[in-house]
Design a protein around this ligand. Structure first.
Ligand code: DP6
Length: 390
């Protein structure tokens, strides 16, 4: 049996942030978090997996480069998948003893605060789960790869329940609403920098957990209520409430980074200009039109309704002019002429060119899906198709 399974999986961008672990090994968070899963037709990870009796070792190729399989998180995911398969008796014992080959690619910058590890691990675990014919929820296995990955196992709006059990069995993700619930929820990702971040999320949240009182206060007294409120706002499609909570939670997360000791800063002056621009734009419009959120990097993710995309894209192009012809990538977006009166009221002046490198226009989408057109990343021998992978 030479079966190759290929899956594409989405990124997700949190609106209630996960920051801080109560267990490093099992990746158990100190608070619930909530995210939207973004359309795989725009941004995705793609992974092919196969298991063969003739393979002598587990091997992995990531974005065209051979990487070591002796990575604790990777090993934990594979071990858990096999344990589950053995419990569920979904494949025979022989198959379980065979080594695996994995080839994975992202179609967006890795480690630039664009949730690449979330898509990558969700993709790996979903592909392995299909190869080993698992029936049960695999979010708790994706969690072992990267905490935020457990939310990419589902489409639409997703909540990761922190759970209470020391073994992590109740630290799983579940869907708040599927991708068809609020189809006009779009996102614009403003790519400010693609450089690898100085302080990784894993390291940063560890420093915060050790040193920030604000983080503990947030997890105990702020996040529980916010999580309930934002889930309600999502279910009721209350954009104003959704936007307010999203922005406040992003700001509090970055305040925690500054409250950590030594502090670390992910936002740049351009990130701050974007924050000012959004508040000013919402004020001028007299209603909540756009929400920003920032992960562990300077890039903004703006959530907004489809009807407002043309006006917002036009404002961004005006304030952050670009010399690129492909400034807006992803979904089609028209531009409109913006009202001169609105422009004159904005709190921020047009800036020098190319402060924002490009914008990715996307929307809420579905969870991991199997690729059935045969476009595997591994060939029939179970080796990377693409020669640069070798
Ligand atoms: C700021 O999931 O990357 O994006 O569990 O250590 O792999 P590890 O961290 P990771 O952290 C993501 C942090 C965040 C917020 C979020 O996605 O909720």
């Amino acid at each position: 049996m030479n079966k190759i399974v290929t899956v594409v999986a989405p990124v997700n961008i949190a609106v209630i942030k996960y920051w801080g672990k109560r267990d490093e090994e099992l990746i158990l968070p100190i608070n619930d978090s909530v995210s939207a899963t973004l359309d795989t037709s725009v941004m995705c990870a793609k992974t092919s997996v196969t298991a063969r009796p003739e393979f002598t070792e587990d091997e992995i190729w990531l974005n065209g480069k051979k990487e070591s399989f002796f990575n604790k998180r990777l090993q934990n995911c594979l071990r858990e998948i096999k344990l589950r398969a053995s419990d569920e008796k979904s494949v025979d014992e022989n198959f379980l003893s065979w080594k695996v080959h994995v080839c994975s690619e992202n179609n967006f910058p890795t480690a630039a605060g664009l949730a690449s590890s979330a898509a990558g691990y969700a993709c790996l675990v979903s592909a392995l789960a299909k190869l080993y014919k698992l029936k049960s929820d695999v979010s708790s296995i994706a969690r072992l790869g990267s905490g935020s990955a457990c939310r990419s196992v589902y489409g639409g709006f997703v909540r990761w329940h922190a759970g209470e059990k020391p073994d992590g069995s109740d630290s799983v993700a579940s869907q708040v609403a599927d991708s068809s619930h609020w189809p006009d929820m779009h996102a614009l990702i403003l790519v400010v920098g693609e450089a690898k971040k100085k302080t990784s999320s894993t390291k940063g949240m560890n420093i915060s957990w050790q040193t920030s009182e604000l983080l503990k206060y947030r997890a105990q007294h702020i996040v529980p209520q916010r999580t309930e409120e934002i889930c309600k706002a999502i279910k009721e499609k209350n954009f104003a409430k959704f936007a307010e909570i999203t922005m406040k939670d992003s700001n509090q997360f970055h305040a925690v980074c500054l409250d950590s000791y030594p502090p670390f800063v992910y936002l740049t002056s351009v990130s701050h200009m974007i924050i000012d621009l959004i508040h000013s734009y919402n004020d001028i419009c007299g209603e909540m039109k756009v929400a920003y959120t920032f992960d562990a990097g300077p890039n903004a993710c703006l959530y907004l309704l489809e009807k407002d995309v043309p006006a917002v894209v036009s404002v961004i192009k005006h304030i952050f002019p670009s010399s690129s012809h492909a400034f807006i990538k992803g979904l089609e977006s028209e531009t409109v002429t913006i009202d001169a009166a609105l422009i004159s009221k904005l709190a921020i002046e047009p800036q020098a060119k190319d402060l924002i490198k490009y914008v990715i226009h996307t929307k809420v989408g579905e969870g991991p899906t199997e690729v059935v057109d045969g476009s595997h990343l591994l060939n029939q021998d179970g080796l990377p198709n693409n020669l640069v992978c070798l």
